[in-house]
Design a protein around this ligand. Sequence first.
Ligand code: ZN
Length: 243
Amino acid sequence: MTVTWEEAGWERLAAGVGRCRLPGWDCTVGLVVGEGSALMIDAGSSLAEGARLRTEARALAGRPVTRLALTHPHFDHVFGAAEFADAEVFGAAGMERVLADERDALRGDAVENGLHARVADEAVATLVHPRHLVSDERTLLLGGDRQALLVNVGPGHTSHDLAVVVQGVPGSPPVVFCGDLVEESGEPQAGPDAVPSHWPAALDRLLDLGGEDAVYVPGHGAVVDAGFVRAQRDALATRFGVS
Ligand SMILES: [Zn+2]
């Protein structure tokens, strides 16, 4: 059975493309539906949230999620990934090492940000590592005319930032899922794993990919336009002293 985006509490961005703003950290997850496949973008902040998203995505797509793209290795984007056990998991090349080597740091960050310790332990114990690694770009064919372009646009917010670009939806502008390279709900969060010197260039790349008319989906907050991304790029350049 399929439901509408509205019925599921998701925001429709184009035909077969939508996103959901999750409670807690206002983290965005996306879904791109093709005729033969469904691509999920990020997986929520816990196994329980991942399970909920898997169920909702299946109802929205009318088929199980077969691919999962993780935008970067932060807990609120990856802790639900184990619930997509049957999906091919994609990430920026090198992300798999972060998830393998820095579990304690991921757990610590999650608990510091308010995730229950038991929930964080459970997620870290089952953490999924992407096996499909994107060094530059990769096109996913999702069935029918539907494609999604995965682009390793970082470093910036982290050393492993992956964007997802959906083009060619009749009557709709391109949709660019930006991960946390762009945030609308506040100033972009720059932790110890950020690479400030390259961040403005990553936003230039997003703008090249989407163009003036694209819908830009931030990792946190409301959907924005190219003008917002350009202004945030300039603000980051000023903040970090980069031209
Ligand atoms: Zn992040």
